[in-house]
Design a protein around this ligand. Structure first.
Ligand code: BGC
Length: 413
């Protein structure tokens, strides 16, 4: 089973999770509150802000032909309307280095973190943020578009309904009262409704704004230098109904995925991001079946989920599909390889059925800052010694690199 010629074989990261020192972002601020829900601080992360050349040489040497990373809005526009030429030049060097390493750069314009000032204006709960985001995207397209190979606008723009329906996040009323949100707002001298950090945001107000922000961002990026495919990325699960849960599961699919996939029609691609399956009962999510194997995230081990989500994404968005994230948090290298292998079989079956799947990005290139869970979950195919920043390619990384080079998952173990 060979994958189509030119298939994108990559790994993915996000600025706040790997760059380090993202001090002007809303996440950095929240990490440092006495009432923070984060177990670790991002700190130096993997110091990729300085080590990108070495990282690109390593990933390219392993066999990958593309790399997905994010450009940090908080660095590019540290104050409203005040753009940092130095930060833009930095990302110019990063994009150029990625090309020099013979990897096509896929740039995400927003991967969860925002400048603090955006959060203090209500983040994506405020309609004005769509325009502000588009203005930043316009600037990036104009200054860096000639070096971008693929662009993702907003990472998992559906993550607010996705997390609420999975009961990972409470409903809107409770979100407004989260102690860290109240405290962050107090520091800005505003009420808790005025401070919003994506995706820990109110569903009712955020969903329409992110869709509008995506549409405006697509246009803004396309107006710049360079012609490259632009898409959104969507957090998708294999959604299943438990006994009596048909109606609820259908509602979840509609509200947390389909309305976003419909908004992607006409885009260059749809980015599918899948980690597990979730089952729903009459009035909410059900726990994984008794005895189910769980990952370090507490998710059901379910690599097969990717097949269902690729098929749904393609049929609703009607665009080419790129798997922009798929992965597992584990310390067991055999388990990681087995997971990826099964996921790639899903990709292969979809391609064989005529679905236009253009690429697979494993999350993540390296162990990194897993948001509120800190540095404990190990998603990487490269380990990082955080004291020395030394990188160590794991067995699964060597294997996936060889798969990438062969353009086929069917290689000797
Ligand atoms: C996010 C990543 C995150 C990963 C693993 C995705 O939802 O885009 O930032 O680290 O899942 O949990």
């Amino acid at each position: 089973m060979k994958f189509p010629e030119g298939f994108l074989w990559g790994t993915a990261t996000a600025a706040h999770q790997v760059e380090g020192g993202n001090i002007n972002s809303d996440y950095w601020m929240i990490e440092h509150l006495p009432v923070t829900p984060f177990v670790d601080r991002s700190g130096d992360a993997c110091d990729q802000y300085h080590r990108y050349r070495e990282d690109f040489a390593m990933l390219s040497g392993m066999g990958f032909n593309t790399y997905r990373f994010s450009i940090e809005w908080a660095r590019v526009e540290p104050e409203p309307g005040e753009f940092s030429n130095a930060a833009i030049e930095h990302y110019r060097r990063v994009l150029a280095a990625c090309h020099e390493a013979r990897m096509a750069p896929m740039a995400t314009l927003h991967h969860f973190s925002s400048p603090r000032w955006v959060a203090a204006r209500g983040g994506f709960e405020n309609r004005e943020t769509a325009k502000l985001f588009a203005r930043y995207c316009e600037r990036i397209g104009r200054e860096l578009g000639d070096l971008i190979a693929y662009a993702c606008t907003i990472n998992e723009l559906n993550s607010v309904p996705h997390l609420q329906h999975s009961a990972v996040m409470p409903g809107d009323d409770a979100i407004l009262q989260l102690p860290w949100r109240v405290e962050a707002a107090r520091r800005y001298g505003i009420g808790p409704e005025g401070f919003s950090m994506f995706p820990f945001a109110a569903l009712s107000t955020t969903a329409p704004v992110v869709i509008e922000a995506h549409r405006m961002a697509v246009q803004a990026l396309a107006s710049g230098r360079g012609r490259f495919p632009i898409g959104m990325t969507v957090a998708m699960q294999e959604i299943e109904a438990g006994p009596g849960g048909e109606e609820y599961a259908a509602r979840v699919a509609r509200e947390s995925e389909d309305i976003f996939l419909e908004a992607a029609r006409g885009d260059g691609f749809i980015g599918v991001q899948t980690y597990t399956r979730r089952r729903f009962g009459q009035s909410g999510p059900l726990p994984p079946p008794a005895g189910a194997r769980l990952t370090q995230m507490g998710y059901e081990y379910r690599p097969e989920a990717l097949e269902a989500t690729i098929r749904r994404a393609a049929s609703i968005a009607r665009t080419p599909v790129i798997v922009t994230e798929n992965g597992i948090a584990t310390d067991d290298e055999a388990e990681r390889r087995d997971f990826i292998r099964k996921a790639l079989d899903c990709v292969g079956r979809c391609i064989a059925d005529g679905i236009d799947v253009r690429g697979y990005y494993y999350w993540s290139a390296m162990d990194n800052f897993e948001w509120a869970l800190g540095y404990a979950p190990k998603f990487g195919i490269v380990a990082v010694d955080r004291a020395t920043q030394r990188r160590m390619v794991k067995a699964s990384g060597e294997w996936l690199g060889r798969v990438a080079r062969a353009n086929s998952p069917e290689i000797e173990a």
